[in-house]
Ligand binder design. Structure first.
Ligand code: ADP
Length: 426
C-alpha cells in the first residue's frame, strides 16, 4: 500500500513542480526569442538606413554597388524603374514571385504618396513569406525620385539563420527541461520516501503490536477456557482450584490490557503527564517502603540511598514516576536470585536528578540492552507465565520521554543490572 502511495505522491509532487518549471521556461523562452528578434530587426533597420542613405546620395546606381550589397550580407535585391524590373542579374521565377509578394505586402501596409517630405522613402518590415514555403524575410522597400520618375528598390533578407538559432535554443531548453524534470522526479521520490518512512514504520509497529498483543492474550484465555470446561466435571475442591486459576488468569489479562491501553494512549497522545513540584526523596522512600514486603517474600535485600542535603523540588508527575520505579523494582526482584541485593538511590547535580535501581541479579547481555525497551520484548519468553509480558520497560521509557528525561541501562559492578533515570530540573 505504501509503495503505491509513495509512487503517486512522488508523481504528484514532480508533476506540479515540472508544470511550474515548464511555464517558467516557456515564459523565459518567449522573452528571449522576442528580444533576439527585436535586436536582429533593429540591426537590419540600421543597415537599411545606411544603404538607403547611400542610394539617395549617389545620382546613378551602378551594378557593382548593388552586387556589393548582395555579397555583403544575405540580401536579395530587386529594382523597379517606373514599375519595370531592372535586371542587374537574372532572377528565378520563385524569386520573382517572392518579390511580387513583398511589393504587395509593402503596398498593403505602407501608405507612400509623394516625395514632399523627403526625396527618399524607406520602409522596413518583417515579411511572412508563406507563398514561398521557406523562411520569413525582413524586407526593406526604398522609393527614390529619379529624373522625374520613380525608382523602387526592394531588399529582402531571409531569416533562416535567426530561425535556426531560435530552433536550437528551443531544443536546448526542451532538453534542459526534460533533464530538470527527471531530476525533480528523483528528488520527489526521495523526499516522499523520507516523508512516508516514519508512517510506514509506525504502521509496521502497530501491526507488530496487535499481533504480539493477540498472542499474549491467547495464552491466559486458553487457560480460562480449559479451567471453565474442566470445572464442570470436577468435585468441589477441584472446582475451587479451577475458579482460582480463572480469577488469576483474568487478572493477568486485565493487567495486560491496562498496559496496552496505556501504551496506545501514549502513541495517540491522548495521555499526558501532569507535572507538579515533587519531593523526589519522599517519593523514593514511599516506593521503597511499599516494596519491602515484595522483597521480603522472595527474599531479597532492599536498600535505599538518599542525599543528605535538602533537594529542590523536581517538576514531574509523581504518579507516573512511581509507576516507573515500580516497574524497575518489580523487574529487579524478578531477575535477582534469593538473598540478592537491590539498591535504590537518588543523586542530584544541580541540573539533573539521577535515580538508580541497581541489582546483582542475572544481568542483561550487551546485545539485548538496546532491545529491552521494545514492546513485548523478553529476553526469556518463558517468563510470560509469571506476568512478564515485555511491556514494562516500554511503558517506563515512554513515561520518562514525556518528562524529557532519559532511561539508561548498564551493568552493576560485580554482576547484575543498573537502570538509571535522568530527570531534568525543569
Ligand atoms: P518484562 O515484563 O518481561 O519484565 P520488561 O519490559 O520490563 O518486560 O523487560 C524486558 C526484558 O528486559 C525482560 O524480559 C528481561 O529480559 C530484561 N530485564 C528487565 N529488567 C531486568 C533486570 N533487572 N535484570 C535482568 N533482566 C532484566
Amino acid at each position: 500500500m505504501f509503495r503505491k502511495v509513495h509512487f503517486r505522491l512522488a508523481l504528484l509532487c514532480a508533476s506540479i513542480t515540472c508544470f511550474i518549471l515548464a511555464v517558467m521556461s516557456c515564459g523565459y523562452l518567449y522573452i528571449s526569442e522576442k528580444s533576439l528578434k527585436d535586436s536582429s530587426f533593429a540591426a537590419f533597420q540600421d543597415e537599411m538606413k545606411d544603404i538607403s542613405g547611400s542610394f539617395a546620395e549617389s545620382s546613378v546606381l551602378t551594378w557593382e554597388q548593388l552586387a556589393r550589397i548582395e555579397d555583403q550580407g544575405t540580401y536579395s535585391i530587386q529594382i523597379l524603374d517606373n514599375e519595370v524590373p531592372l535586371l542587374f542579374h537574372r532572377q528565378s521565377s520563385s524569386q520573382e514571385e517572392l518579390f511580387a509578394a513583398a511589393w504587395r505586402y509593402f503596398e498593403e501596409h505602407f501608405a507612400f504618396s509623394s516625395f514632399e517630405e523627403s526625396p527618399v522613402y524607406c520602409a522596413e518590415f518583417d515579411f511572412p513569406s508563406k507563398a514561398s514555403g521557406s523562411s520569413d524575410y525582413y524586407g526593406c522597400a526604398i522609393v527614390l525620385e529619379r529624373n522625374g520618375g520613380m525608382l523602387k528598390i526592394m531588399i529582402l533578407m531571409p531569416l533562416t539563420a535567426l530561425e535556426q538559432q531560435i530552433r536550437s535554443q528551443r531544443i536546448l531548453f526542451s532538453l534542459l527541461t526534460a533533464l530538470a524534470a527527471a531530476a525533480l522526479f528523483l528528488f520527489a521520490w526521495y523526499f516522499t520516501w523520507k516523508l512516508l518512512r516514519p508512517l510506514e514504520e509506525s504502521q509496521r509497529r502497530q501491526t507488530q503490536f496487535v499481533a504480539a498483543a493477540s498472542h499474549e492474550l491467547r495464552t491466559p484465555l486458553a487457560v480460562i477456557l480449559s479451567c471453565a470446561s474442566a470445572s464442570r466435571c470436577g468435585n468441589e475442591e477441584e472446582r475451587a482450584h479451577f475458579l482460582d486459576s480463572i480469577q488469576s488468569e483474568g487478572m493477568r489479562m486485565s493487567g495486560l490490557i491496562d498496559d496496552m491501553l496505556l501504551l496506545s494512549g501514549m502513541e495517540a497522545h491522548t495521555w499526558s503527564v501532569e507535572m507538579r513540584p515533587t519531593e523526589l526523596d519522599t517519593l523514593l522512600l514511599e516506593t521503597f517502603e511499599a516494596f519491602e514486603p515484595v522483597a521480603a517474600e522472595k527474599p531479597v535485600r532492599l536498600a535505599i540511598e538518599l542525599p543528605q542535603e535538602a533537594l529542590p523540588p523536581c517538576s514531574c508527575d509523581p504518579g507516573r514516576i512511581r509507576q516507573v520505579l515500580s516497574i524497575l523494582l518489580h523487574n529487579a526482584v524478578s531477575y535477582t536470585p534469593a538473598q540478592g541485593l537491590i539498591r535504590l538511590s537518588l543523586a542530584y547535580d544541580r541540573k539533573t536528578f539521577r535515580i538508580q535501581v541497581a541489582d546483582n541479579g542475572i544481568g542483561i547481555p550487551e546485545e539485548e540492552k538496546s532491545r529491552i525497551f521494545e514492546r513485548f520484548y523478553r529476553a526469556d519468553p518463558s517468563r510470560s507465565r509469571k506476568g512478564h509480558f515485555g511491556l514494562g520497560l516500554a511503558i517506563a521509557s515512554e513515561i520518562i520521554k514525556a518528562h524529557q528525561g532519559q532511561i539508561l541501562v548498564g551493568d552493576t559492578p560485580g554482576g547484575g543490572s543498573t537502570f538509571t533515570l535522568l530527570l531534568p530540573l525543569l
